[in-house]
Design a protein around this ligand. Structure first.
Ligand SMILES: Cc1cc2nc3c(=O)[nH]c(=O)nc-3n(C[C@H](O)[C@H](O)[C@H](O)COP(=O)(O)OP(=O)(O)OC[C@H]3O[C@@H](n4cnc5c(N)ncnc54)[C@H](O)[C@@H]3O)c2cc1C
Ligand SMILES: *[C@@H]1O[C@H](CO)[C@@H](O)[C@H](O)[C@H]1NC(C)=O
Length: 500
């Protein structure tokens, strides 16, 4: 009889689609999705650069193996390359950091010898591994990952590299700065000084060597959407306010007010809007307001910006086997990962590029990565300004003034009004409790009002896979299951909540 309940889902990203999918399969026939934009997919967004497919949003399946539902769906829909399906690929445990072949250039225009700086890469990897261990141990010697890395790197460098010449030692510390910028992109944080040390290890990885969708990540969305009843999604329908806890009417305790003034009554609403949007609009989005502990968790959890800058070249200036290019500034041995003067130095935050592979498919296309406030500033510049600055940067680091990009395309996630950034990270002072608070439905336990009026899904509500597509997908299923099991536990003699 739950199948007669009215369920409204706010947002048609992967979490909203997953929730609708599961409810529809369980026979719920009063399910609809309200989506602010004209498209499905949210932060899964495939674009074009010339003839090439490029991912404006999500890029990889992180940890593609049996436990990863995105991998299983992509396999079922035949969206993956054969290599990604091999048992060897699924068994590879890279702990979130695929072993890519690097090319490393410095700001004085030299290609660096990987052997010289390899000890810095190794030390950094160890420190990141150790950062994750404070979660289970409890007790953190520093408030943020940045402080831990800096203090430990300084100490270990003085000890382990004391016989190394000063220039090489300084260069290795500059490499640590570069690796901190990489981590800002991975975490979506403005600086590793914003990531809580005790909470960093909440994030869990799955086995499997990260893989991409040769035909674009949106293929996953298209396949899932094709299995939903047509007309289930209303596009260009932004929600302004969720009025919940309506005690006057026993039926339909929730009213959803849209930007165009339309009001939709329902029994349940599943809110999947990004954390960035919630941070900005929570006070207008809920009547009554959210309980304080939930609000505090929304504020404590971080939501930052990570953007991509795709650059296409006529010919490569990197090695044939190169998978990632690092740009190391030789004046950064103090281990900094954010710029005091964003307007003048924003480009120094770009850690480098990943190489789109295979070359036969993409030609010579690089993807530049830039996180933080520098990235948010980059969004305000014209495409020509960005292209000009990137070109100068490549001239400087290669020492070759003739290299000219053919095409450039960048993402602008911070200024997307329905996302307000890229993805969530555990801020300073965060704990597992904050993610628990994020996913807690309203009204709170013990209330006399109708249960499960407002449910919360989306990337930022997963206890250990936040910031990922598989995390988001699982939260959509989780909230659908919450409703399904709620109704299956009610005795069938009770009358249905709403009439047909
Ligand atoms: C640059 C970038 C790179 C990434 N790379 C990866 C990656 O490689 N691998 C990976 O696993 N993950 C990656 N992610 C993260 C991944 O994309 C997200 O975690 C996931 O797509 C989030 O899904 P969601 O359903 O929670 O949110 P979203 O996809 O953001 O969906 C929310 C939807 O709500 C809508 N909405 C917002 N406000 C309203 C409103 N008021 N009314 C109605 N609708 C509203 C939005 O328009 C949107 O469609 C990346 C993200 C970015 C930005
Ligand atoms: C919800 O309504 C009940 C009954 O009127 C009331 O006691 C309770 O305080 C309300 N909750 C909120 C969060 O407003």
């Amino acid at each position: 009889m739950g199948v007669n309940a009215k369920v409204v889902i706010i947002g048609c990203g992967i979490s909203g689609i997953a929730a609708a999918h599961r409810l529809a399969n369980a026979g719920f026939h009063h399910v609809r999705i309200l989506e602010a934009t004209a498209r499905s997919g949210g932060r899964i967004k495939t674009g074009r650069l010339g003839d090439n497919i490029v991912e404006i949003g999500a890029n990889w399946i992180h940890g593609p193996s049996e436990e990863n539902p995105v991998f299983c769906l992509a396999r079922q829909y035949r969206l993956l390359d054969p290599e990604a399906l091999t048992p060897e690929n699924q068994a590879m445990d890279v702990g979130g950091h695929p072993p890519w072949v690097p090319n490393i250039f410095s700001s004085s225009g030299r290609k660096l010898n990987t052997e010289d700086i390899y000890p810095a890469l190794e030390m950094f990897a160890e420190l990141m591994y150790e950062s994750a261990e404070f979660e289970s141990q409890g007790g953190e010697p520093w408030a943020c990952v940045g402080d831990f890395i800096r203090s430990e790197a300084k100490r270990r460098a003085a000890e382990e590299w004391k016989d190394i010449d000063a220039t090489t030692r300084s260069l290795r510390l500059c490499v640590i700065s570069n690796m901190l910028k990489v981590e800002c992109c991975v975490n979506g944080s403005p600086s590793m000084d914003e990531v809580g040390l005790g909470a960093y290890g909440l994030y869990k990885t799955l086995p499997g060597l990260d893989c991409t969708f040769p035909g674009g990540y949106e293929g996953l969305i298209k396949n899932l959407m094709s299995e939903l009843p047509s007309g289930l999604v209303t596009y260009n329908q932004a929600v302004r306010c969720v009025h919940w806890n309506n005690t006057e009417k026993k039926e339909n305790p929730v009213t959803i007010e849209c930007n165009d003034g339309e009001r939709i009554v329902s029994d349940h609403v599943i809110v999947t809007v990004p954390l960035g949007y919630l941070k900005k609009h929570h006070s207008a989005l809920f009547r009554p307001l959210l309980p304080l502990h939930k609000l505090h968790s929304i504020q404590r959890l971080g939501f930052g910006t990570n953007n991509k800058i795709f650059v296409e070249f006529d010919s490569p200036w990197w090695d044939a086997d190169c998978e990632i290019i690092h740009l190391v500034w030789e004046d950064e041995d103090v281990m900094v990962d954010h710029m005091p003067d964003v307007q003048r130095s924003w480009i120094k935050k770009l850690f480098g590029f990943t190489v789109l592979k295979p070359t036969e498919r993409y030609g010579h296309v690089l993807c530049g990565w830039i996180a933080g406030h520098e990235s948010e500033y980059m969004e305000t510049l014209s495409e020509q300004e960005v292209t000009h600055t990137i070109t100068q940067l490549i001239h400087r680091f290669t020492g070759n003034p003739t290299i000219t990009p053919r095409r450039v395309l960048r993402s602008q996630w911070f200024h997307d009004p329905w996302t307000c950034g890229s993805y969530s990270y555990p801020g300073k002072g965060c704990s597992a409790q904050d993610l628990d608070n994020m996913m807690e439905p309203l009204p709170m336990k013990g209330s006399q009002s109708q249960p499960l009026q407002v449910l919360f899904a989306g990337e930022a509500t997963h206890p250990c896979y936040y910031s990922t597509v598989h995390g988001a997908l699982l939260t959509g299923w989780r909230e659908a299951d919450r409703l399904i099991s709620h109704y299956s536990s009610i005795s069938p003699s009770e009358p249905p909540k709403s009439k047909l």
